[in-house]
Design a protein around this ligand. Structure first.
Ligand code: GAL
Length: 415
């Protein structure tokens, strides 16, 4: 009897300790589309499995501009979340403000320097200290196609821009919207960067859109890029302006449209709709970019918070994010690939396997480039200014290629 009572006391003590150690992590993110929300749920479940609670703070708006605006106002008013979806060079910008927590202890305990490609680890560090944790590797330079629509139109999935416009003409003739597009500045910019890579190549892309070299930004190659970019607009539909990216993907899923240029978060939508790669949809490199890879790495930066149990929960979340189990379930839903080196890809589809192989090959060949449209390449100020200049050109009926080139070159000087 005494032993039982002692046992019960111990269990009670353990439960209260666990309850006492359980923390809460408020996570600010912008994953609200079908596939994105499923992936975010996997992250929530992972945290809850560690006995902590997840406070969801989702801000709708693909590309994340609205989320960043909301985050800024929360931090300024002294109400930062525990974790927020922040990526690329802007991690440095936030760290400079002194608001991010140092999670080097978690990184050391889990060998992050060995697990992560250096190109990724460096982005997550500020002055050598980890302040953010990467979640995945998205490839941006993809084309998604509906094979049924292509068959109906007698068209071939393109590998270069000439073939792209030939296919677009055939789709149009068959009464199918050739290109599903969402008219929002970040989507216009996502299309633009794939055209720049496909028309100019990786070296031109790096000089013009990463180093922001004025000569390259005002070159004949840029003229060709802008001409090709604007020509695509003629193959989108009149309802494109303002459309969310996942609604454009849905048009391809339904066969209303033949193709979409978008990062592989679009694949998350096909998968969430129960569609099979190779049969219901085709993933192909954006025209002319098969030998290159535009990377976009989602990450969570962790903010300085006081509550000890929540700090523990924050660190448990960071450690869980890079664990093999989470890397697999999250990326299977999200459409991206694991960021961990040597991840087991056996459960992933052929699109992911191609992405994983190309990520490694292009790192060796020098044609692995950061996505400028998704915050991987330049300061958020320069990115914002160039994005608007590119989108203004897409939306204007009057602006000439020369005008646009001058506007983009001057936007690139924004500090
Ligand atoms: C990107 C983000 C992706 C995806 C996409 C659409 O910026 O990195 O994870 O969410 O926006 O919202």
């Amino acid at each position: 009897m005494f032993a039982l009572r002692a046992g019960a006391v111990m269990v009670a003590a353990m439960v209260s300790t666990m309850a006492a150690q359980a923390g809460e992590v408020e996570v600010l993110h912008y994953w609200t589309s079908g596939g994105e929300a499923k992936a975010a749920k996997a992250l929530q479940a992972t945290l809850q499995a560690k006995g902590h609670s997840w406070k969801d703070f989702a801000v709708a708006g693909g590309g994340g501009d609205s989320a960043t605006t909301v985050l800024k106002s929360r931090v300024v008013s002294g109400n930062a979340p525990a974790a927020a979806q922040i990526k690329g060079p802007s991690i440095q910008e936030w760290a400079q403000e002194g608001v991010l927590a140092d999670i080097s202890d978690v990184a050391a305990a889990n060998n992050w320097d060995k697990l992560l490609p250096p190109v990724v680890a460096n982005v997550m560090k500020y002055k050598g200290k980890y302040v953010a944790v990467p979640v995945n590797v998205h490839r941006v330079n993809w084309l998604w196609a509906n094979p049924e629509a292509f068959k109906k139109a007698g068209a071939k999935v393109p590998t270069n821009w000439d073939e792209f416009f030939a296919a677009a003409d055939k789709l149009k003739a068959a009464g199918i919207i050739p290109v599903a597009h969402g008219g929002q500045n970040w989507q216009d910019f996502t299309t633009f960067e794939s055209v720049a890579l496909g028309v100019g190549g990786a070296d031109f892309y790096k000089k013009a859109l990463v180093q922001l070299d004025q000569g390259s930004l005002k070159s004949d190659t840029m003229k060709k890029v802008l001409t090709t970019f604007k020509r695509i607009k003629g193959y989108t539909d009149k309802n494109a302006p303002g459309r969310d990216w996942n609604l454009a993907t849905a048009m391809v899923i339904r066969g209303e449209a033949g193709m979409q240029l978008m990062g592989d978060w679009a694949k998350g939508e096909f998968i969430a709709a129960g569609k099979k790669p190779g049969t219901d949809f085709v993933c192909a490199a954006a025209p002319g970019t098969a030998k290159s890879f535009t990377f976009n790495i989602d990450s969570f930066a962790l903010f300085k918070i006081k509550n000890e149990a929540n700090v523990k929960a924050q660190k448990d979340l960071a450690a869980a994010i890079l664990a093999p189990e989470f890397q697999e379930v999250f990326n299977l839903n999200k459409g991206s690939i694991p960021v961990r080196l040597g991840a087991d890809m056996s459960k992933f589809d052929d699109c992911a396997k191609l992405s994983s192989k190309d990520f490694v090959d292009t790192a060796k060949s020098g044609s692995l480039v950061p996505s400028v449209a998704h915050g991987m390449a330049v300061s958020s100020a320069a990115e914002g200014a160039i994005k608007d200049a590119v989108s203004n050109f897409w939306n204007s009926d009057k602006q000439t290629v020369e005008d646009a080139m001058a506007k983009i070159a001057s936007a690139a000087k924004t500090k």
